[in-house]
Design a protein around this ligand. Structure first.
Ligand SMILES: [Zn+2]
Ligand SMILES: [Zn+2]
Length: 257
């Protein structure tokens, strides 16, 4: 009798916990939607969210998205879809990637030759010369400004530009500031606007040279997971580091093996 009561009580407590957590998550998601819409209004962007709660718009011809990933470490994201003009990839981060992961995929922190920037930020990428050439002083200055405010990660690949930061508690003025900085960095990159862009086909089959959308190295090495929403393959460690799918405006936090 007593054990049965204990089991019942435990079940009730667990259910109540799940329910509370689900309710908090819904409230946070509603809050995020409200904030994105108010930022859209202030920045003269279309005040419309897609089914996943992301704000979709265009910036100088580049398809763009602004979203909040409730529960992710870097919860606010501004991204632009590029069209392959940038050959290499660059990641600048204030977080500190896991050393073991980096060594496993053969990366090291690139020094750009500016003391404060090199001390405060970690830079990774496919080509050191290309990185130094692209990270011009004006862009470095913007990234340092981001670093003064939030934990962040900025990634530039042939397909997309992603700036993600931790804004907690979520605040519309800070989201606006971060978006403004992302716009300025995009402008500083001086890329050609796409007249029309082609939606890239998802690769179900991994070729020899299929690359991880987080670190840019081939997926032929190491454990791989796929996004449950768009099926894009990532290194398992890279997915963990990123906290969600790295495909443009996908934002799924669920993966499968
Ligand atoms: Zn990777
Ligand atoms: Zn995805």
């Amino acid at each position: 009798m007593i054990p049965a009561l204990i089991v019942l009580l435990t079940a009730v407590i667990l259910l109540a916990g799940f329910w509370l957590r689900a309710r908090r998550r819904r409230a946070a998601a509603d809050d995020a939607r409200r904030i994105l819409l108010s930022v859209a209004g202030r920045m003269m962007l279309p005040e419309r969210l897609d089914g996943g709660g992301a704000l979709k718009f265009e910036r100088r011809g580049f398809p763009a998205a602004m979203s909040v990933h409730v529960g992710a470490r870097l919860n606010v994201e501004v991204s632009f879809r590029l069209q392959g003009e940038v050959p290499g990839w660059i990641t600048v981060s204030s977080l500190g990637l896991k050393r073991a992961l980096l060594e496993q995929i053969g990366l090291r922190d690139v020094q750009v030759g500016e003391a404060e920037f090199d001390r405060r930020l970690e830079v990774w990428g496919s080509d050191q010369e290309d990185i130094r050439m692209r990270l011009v002083p004006a862009i470095r200055n913007m990234l340092l400004q981001v670093d003064r405010r939030w934990d962040f990660m900025w990634r530039l690949t042939p397909d997309q530009f992603v700036l993600r930061a931790r804004i907690d508690p979520l605040d519309r003025y800070q989201v606006e500031t971060m978006s403004g900085i992302a716009f300025q960095i995009l402008d500083l990159l001086d890329l050609h606007s796409p007249s029309d862009f082609v939606v890239s086909k998802l690769q179900e089959k991994l070729g020899e040279d299929t690359r991880c959308p987080v670190c840019g190295t081939p997926l032929s090495k190491g454990a791989i997971v796929r996004c449950s929403k768009c099926r894009a393959a990532h290194h398992a460690d890279c997915w963990d580091f990123n906290g969600l799918c790295a495909t443009f405006a996908c934002g799924s936090q669920v993966h499968e093996l």
